[in-house]
Write a protein that binds this ligand. Sequence first.
Ligand code: SF4
Ligand code: SF4
Length: 465
Amino acid sequence: MSNASTTIAEMTDTNQQIVEKTLAQTNSEQMLKQVRQAGIVGAGGAGFPTYVKLQAKAEIFLVNAAECEPMLKVDQQLMAQHPDKLIRGLLYGMFLTGAKQGIIALKQKYQAAINALTPQLPDNIRIHILPDVYPAGDEVITIWFATGRRVPPAALPISVGVLVNNVQTLMQVADALEQDKTVTQRTLTVNGAVNKALTVTVPIGISLAEVLNLAGGASIANPAYIVGGPMMGKMIEDLNQPVTKTTGGLLVLPQDHILIQRQTRSLDAIMNMARNVCEQCRMCTELCPRHLVGHELSPSEIVKAVCYEKVAQPSVLLSALTCSECGICEAYACPVEISPMRVNRMLKQQFRQQGMKYEGELHPADPMIDYRFVPIKRLVSRLNLEAYNHDAPLQPLNWQPKQVIIPVQQHIGQPSTPIVQVGDSVSQGQCIAMPDEQALGVAIHASLAGTVRQVSTSSIHIVGE
Ligand code: SF4
Ligand code: SF4
């Protein structure tokens, strides 16, 4: 067990008292169990179970608060509203992992968050100001900016002594350890062509259609929808699907918007374009963040290798496994609208099915690395998003759902097994599905008090009281 005194030394009185009290009543093993039982997973998108991450030993605990996907405004507002909770969540993380240093990496433009956090920072936690570029929030790039350390390709951040967590995740850790709260809500942004762009905390399991209603509905006649950010989010057609622990946002754009057009392009069409119009200008490689930081990944070489089998080198193709799918090559770099990212995605799927792994080494960083990341303003302009990128202020939820449909798998790992039956009454926050003891997974909880209407292998339907 780590020494608590190193992590709570210089905190404000209130935070210090709360953390000391919590740590005095528990130990590392119990804390990890509690984090698992509370259902906490990486809220940044991947949904990796947090209790596993927190078992590692780290030198630096990094909060990735870059939020550099244009149009998403969640973490920046949560930090401004609950700075103390984030700091305490980070301190618990530092305690469990033994990290001596905590860093909150965010952008200068999140001034309200900086103002709220700064007076509460203990000596062992600092703020790092990231440049306002994309993708400063790709954890490999965040680590490089905030610590100067470079994560080798296909390796985890912990290989360089850094553990990375998301803002909401750490706040959930504080809630779980201090108040025994379980994960039943998700804060997300609804932005774009809507009548009232907002950021709001909603019960997990409500539909995206209900989320859209909270923003006053679409403001255009031909809406298309993206779940997540404009760069890495996925287009969806079915608004009946539920909000999960990893839903970061819902964006509404016109169907003829370039981002929607790109997402609807078939892989065949992309491969045809790659064969016929790739100029081998290498712009995709010159601007690829992973390539810049010293990874072998070279989207232009992959496109060439896929199109012309004779020049295909196995390691070049396998390096597709190290693509973060940040979208820079597709949305910003390529002058002729080819999507190396989609080619990489296809290769990743094939290689994973075949159980293939990439084992290339870290090369020196590109000497141009300081000049090649894309300023967010330029990205927003290039993507034609200026008219859709609203402030989306954090609003209280003045609405209660009639029902929720809660997926039993919202995380990486195995689905949890329902422990309730049709007709059962459940309270808000009650555990309704459990992971197998030995499996990678977390508990799932009711986000609404009511009666269980339906239980399947994929979800639990609860109707409100
Ligand atoms: S999506 Fe493109 S730019 Fe981004 S990491 Fe992958 S290859 Fe590089
Ligand atoms: S940027 Fe486009 S045209 Fe240039 S090498 Fe890459 S895929 Fe080919």
